[in-house]
Write a protein that binds this ligand. Sequence first.
Ligand code: NM2
Ligand code: OGA
Ligand code: ZN
Length: 377
Amino acid sequence: MSLFKSVKVINSGKAILLSRKYGAPLRYHSTWLRDNANDHKTRDKNNGQRLISISDIPINTYIKSAFLDKKGKNITLNFLPKKKQIKFSVSWLEAHAYDKKQNNSKVWTHPDLKIWSKATLKRVPIINYKSAKSDKKLLLKWLKSLHYYGFAKITGCERKSGTVVKIAKLFGYVRETNYGKWFDVKSKTSAVNLAYTNLGLKAHTDNPYRNPVPTMQILHCLKSSIKGGDSKVVDGFKAALRLKKENKNYFNLLSKYCSRFEFKGKKNVHLKSRFPMITLSPDNELTAIHFNNRSIAPITDVPYNNMPNYYKAYRKFSSIIDSSSMAFTFKLNPGECFILDNTRVLHARTAYSKTGSRWLQGCYVDKDGLLSTISTL
Ligand code: NM2
Ligand code: OGA
Ligand code: ZN
């Protein structure tokens, strides 16, 4: 039985009205409908890409007549002045409806994001490397959790150099940077980056001095026989929401004004960027956190009168991020790795002893690959 009752041409052919058995009727404009035709003259039959452009659609496009088939599943539309017949499945139209109250659910990130703190992160999404390779269903479930929590672990990885690239290939493509396709995180003398020492690193997002920033990071442990070097992750969105709740003015300052970030490598590397520490979409949804005390450059985008309060806001945000109620703490053992959404989840490590050895390998991957893998698995 059909859930669609009728289709009617309205507004002198400038739109149609689709009546449904359940839910309010839906309207669609003639130009929108013409643009979204799915015939072989509008879209290539091999790759589905659009063959027409907006200039191919007459400005005065209108619908002369509209019919719903007997089963109530498809409609046929006749367009003029450029004669054209287009069929739509009503379920496709319903899935792409825009004639509705714009709800406030997340559209930039994902409505199912799980915002967490130490107390609410019940279980870390975890998978065994072998199962991730062999069980597509398990892999999909884990990748979705990685997306929703912005953090996940893998156990049972090979303790071999370069394994981090194989891990990246589970869901995406390595993003090469000045640090290489992948990099060793080891204590070195005259290190180009503080990450390559045995110092502690406060919670940070990686490479905020790069635009675009790498959106995911993988860190894989090969050796760990030192004292210290414990790992910590913090949900930056949770921290931003806490700041908003505790001091709206501080939240506004950190999202309105850009901070500056900079990194100078040994040769041929000088990266600079500007981002708000708390980045919002034009419709005020949290989309990214940029936070890294080691790479903040002189901040010059805040007007003189606001600078004292901006620094108070920065201090407050930093203290929320560092508060023990926020962090999930763990020890990364050889053969384990963790993956982060670097636009959201901050990571930290405690300082470690000079005796013993510690060897991690890391690489960057972009999140679009993760989302595409989730969509297609
Ligand atoms: N490393 C590990 O963003 C940063 O500077 C953190 C990045 C050197 C690639 C360290
Ligand atoms: C890094 C980093 C953490 C660690 O390399 O970016 O944050 O545990 N390392 O060494
Ligand atoms: Zn880092």
